[in-house]
Write a protein that binds this ligand. Structure first.
Ligand code: NAD
Ligand code: UGA
Length: 447
């Protein structure tokens, strides 16, 4: 099947960069990204230094492809109608109400996409799950797509995204693997081939793995769970290092040199953040419970519990250092993003550590080189459930590097390179990302 027009629903951290790269690598295909949020579309069409997603290398890709065969539009219906292939790259957050609240994935946005596709399609479509979804979601999507029409054929594929924020463009250029799940019918396999043909424009064939739909859906959740599990494993050991005098960096190195284990994702930290690890593991836990696998659910749930323990333990370490009370103490929070090289702060460890310090009485001075003051204030009111106005007397969000002399202590919560070069003088520094060299003024995780 010859694909001439692709439509992607969802212009966020996944939809924007993935489609920009597909457009760059496939100049013979028109790629249009649509979104329900017109401001986001406006920003994607705006100046390259103000794109709605900050990713190293993204602006260059958009510069080359935008207007040539990459388009951003708020005309959802028109672009669905025109495309032969439609990606769904909308958010799938943890449900906040109803059955499975606090654990299951909220499929409302994906279901709304499916309803839009059903409504506006006038010809056969390949519909692709790009969002991270619970295993067997394709069944539900098929039901919605076929509710009103049996004349149009919808073929559903699963093609989960494995990019990490901050390295999205290089991850997309050189993926470890591209996973495509399709049904084992003739039309299913034809659709798989159509998507394989797109990726082979830049991904070597041996890196494209085709499976059935359910394996592909589940492999995405399982991959994130395994990555997060490694972080929780090393973080749990950092607590034991603190008790015994072992050094967590030395431990990571020694463990990672075993080729069966490997060196990646063994860096102790104040805890993983980001929009996906926690929500995807909770989703996995919910699925296990749904299928009556309580022991399996408990096993994975502990990955999250250790992560919460690590964030809490780090904040408590700071509080204990100052004698259990932070009233009148000013603490600088360096970094708000959940990792370096992104402007994304969703579920960032900084949010939780800062809240605990604030509740212990601290005055906070917050600085991040990429997360805007507006986003930090929004996070405080959303995650802490207090209005930024109420907290204004004790929180200052800075838009430039801090005058570190005016404060009592510093907590480094994102591993931005610029923090490595700061002169901390005599300040007490709590390094939650293990980025500073050892010194007796620095309290690192695991020391
Ligand atoms: P996001 O919140 O950045 O973007 C989602 C976009 O979808 C938003 O702009 C929203 O306005 C739009 N949207 C929602 N419902 C819509 C609808 N019915 N019609 C049109 N637009 C709609 O989310 P994201 O970070 O890009 O994540 C998307 C999915 O990809 C999630 O399932 C996530 O788990 C998965 N994922 C994310 C990453 C990542 O690094 N962020 C990596 C791999 C996979
Ligand atoms: C993660 C996965 O790495 C991607 O493959 C996946 O596509 C994505 O989730 C997703 O599904 O959203 P991301 O969350 O963007 O990507 O970033 P990571 O590099 O995985 O970092 C996640 C968190 O773990 C960060 O807070 C990071 O600081 C922390 N981390 C990472 C550690 O604490 N230690 C490590 O050794 C590695």
């Amino acid at each position: 099947m010859q694909i001439k027009n692709i439509c992607c629903i969802g212009a966020g951290y996944v939809g924007g960069p993935t489609m920009a790269v597909i457009a760059l690598k496939c100049p013979h295909i028109n790629v249009t990204v649509v979104d329900a949020n017109p401001d986001k579309i406006k920003a994607w069409n705006g100046p390259l230094d103000e794109l709605p997603v900050y990713e190293p290398g993204l602006a260059e890709v958009v510069k080359e492809a935008r207007g040539r065969n990459l388009f951003f539009s708020d005309d959802i219906s028109g672009n669905i109608e025109k495309a032969e292939m439609i990606f769904m790259a909308v958010n799938t957050p943890t449900k906040t109400e109803g059955e499975g609240a606090g654990m299951a994935a909220d499929l409302g946005y994906v279901e709304a996409c499916a309803r839009d596709i059903a409504k506006h399609s006038k010809s056969d479509k390949i519909v692709i799950e790009k969002s991270t979804l619970p295993v067997r979601t394709a069944e539900k999507i098929k039901e919605i797509l076929e509710e009103n029409s049996t004349e149009i054929h919808f073929e559903i594929l699963s093609n989960p995204e494995f990019l990490a924020e901050g390295t999205a463009i290089q991850d997309l250029f050189k993926s470890d693997r591209v996973l495509i799940g399709g049904h084992e019918t003739e039309s299913g396999q034809k659709a798989v081939q159509a998507l394989v043909d797109i990726y082979t424009n830049w991904i070597p064939k041996e890196k494209i793995l085709t499976t059935n739909v359910w394996s592909s859906e589940l492999a995405k959740l399982a991959s994130n769970a395994m990555l997060a599990q490694r972080i929780s494993s090393i973080n749990s050991l950092s607590a034991l290092c603190e008790k015994t005098g072992a050094n967590i960096d030395e431990l990571s190195k020694a463990i990672g040199m075993d080729h069966r284990i490997g060196p990646h994702f063994l860096k102790a930290s104040v805890g993983f953040g980001g929009s996906c690890f926690q929500k995807d593991i909770l989703n996995l836990v919910y699925l296990c419970k749904y299928y009556g696998l309580e022991e399996v659910a408990d096993y994975w749930h502990h990955v999250i519990k250790i992560n919460d323990y690590q964030k809490d333990r780090f904040a408590q370490k700071i509080i204990d250092h100052f004698g259990g009370d932070l009233k009148g103490k000013s603490i600088a929070i360096l970094g708000w993003a959940f990792k370096a090289n992104t402007d994304d702060s969703r579920e960032s460890a900084a949010i939780y550590v800062s809240e605990k310090l604030y509740n212990a009485g601290a005055n906070l001075l917050i600085y991040d080189p990429m997360v805007s003051q507006k986003s930090i204030n929004r996070d405080i009111s959303f995650y802490w459930n207090i209005s930024p106005k109420l907290s204004q007397d004790r929180i200052r969000v800075m838009n430039e590097a801090l005058k570190l002399k005016e404060i009592d202590g510093t907590a480094i919560l994102t591993e931005w390179t610029e923090f490595k070069d700061l002169d901390f003088g005599n300040l007490v520094v709590f390094d939650g990302r293990n980025i500073l060299k050892e010194s007796n003024k620095i309290h690192q995780i695991g020391r």
